[in-house]
Design a protein around this ligand. Structure first.
Ligand code: ADE
Length: 252
């Protein structure tokens, strides 16, 4: 059975998941540490991509070339853009755009040169199963994250959203930049720094891809503080609970 890859950008987003692995084995390849093992009896490869599109793309390429993964799932945090996408919500990506790609006037703004497209969709089946797992997690969130922590982060009745996610090599941390992105791409729910790069690699190799992000901040003037608190206090619990539930649901 070919393994499923689970990627995250940062250690804090992955720790819980690594400890849930059986038969864990570590393999170093190209400055990345890949951990193989099983979760609920299914083979997986866990890896930290590090941060940004290039780091994510090289990691995804190694997953395909060296580990022959059957699918890649990216998990971690993102900044909320659209109104109503708040800290503690989850966003399941239906498609990605690299918001910082601009080879105009040679190509249309946002279009990836020589691909004839700006938008890379995720795999519909994987995405739906992640959405269902995310909804299940939020229905019982207090089981995973204590109420005082949620209260301190001002997380109230968190929701699951599904739609467009933007990626770029920028941590968006001013209200002005966030508003400019929303004006330019009004359908965008959230912004992060890796997903669109992995979507492009998966498109190149015809490997199914899906991504789910927990909203750690609103990509505004308070983003840096909110991001740090969320990453340290709850990100790993969200991720490990979600991925554990999702792998359990795949057992069938
Ligand atoms: N990941 C989490 N928050 C982010 C933000 N505000 N900008 C880019 N990537 C993020």
């Amino acid at each position: 059975m070919r393994p499923i890859a689970i990627m995250a950008a940062m250690q804090e987003e992955m720790v819980g998941l690594t400890s849930a692995l059986s038969d864990a084995r570590t393999i170093n390849n190209g400055s990345r540490q890949f951990t193989t093992g099983t979760v609920h009896g299914q083979p997986v490869v866990l890896v930290l991509s590090r941060i940004g599109k290039v780091a994510a793309a090289t990691t995804a390429t190694a997953l395909v070339e060296r580990f022959d993964v059957s699918a890649i799932v990216f998990t971690g945090v993102a900044g909320g853009l659209a109104s109503g996408v708040n800290v503690g919500d989850m966003v399941v990506a239906s498609e990605f755009i690299q918001h910082d790609m601009d080879a105009s006037p040679l190509f249309a703004p946002l279009e990836i040169p020589l691909y004839g497209r700006a938008v890379f969709p995720t795999d519909a089946g994987l995405t739906e199963s992640l959405r269902a797992a995310a909804q299940g997690l939020l229905n019982n969130l207090s089981q995973w994250v204590d109420r005082d922590t949620l209260h301190a982060l001002n997380v109230q009745s968190p929701k699951v959203h599904s739609g467009l996610v933007l990626s770029g090599d920028r941590f968006v941390s001013t209200s002005a930049e966030s508003q400019a992105l929303q004006k330019r791409l009004p359908l965008a729910l959230a912004v992060e720094m890796e997903g669109a790069a992995v979507a492009q690699v998966c498109h190149d190799y015809d490997v199914p891809f899906a991504a789910v992000r927990t909203i750690s901040d609103r990509a505004d003037d308070a983003a840096t503080t909110d991001f740090s608190r969320f990453i340290h206090e709850v990100a790993s619990r969200y991720t490990s609970a979600l991925m554990g539930a999702w792998m359990a649901s795949r057992r069938g």
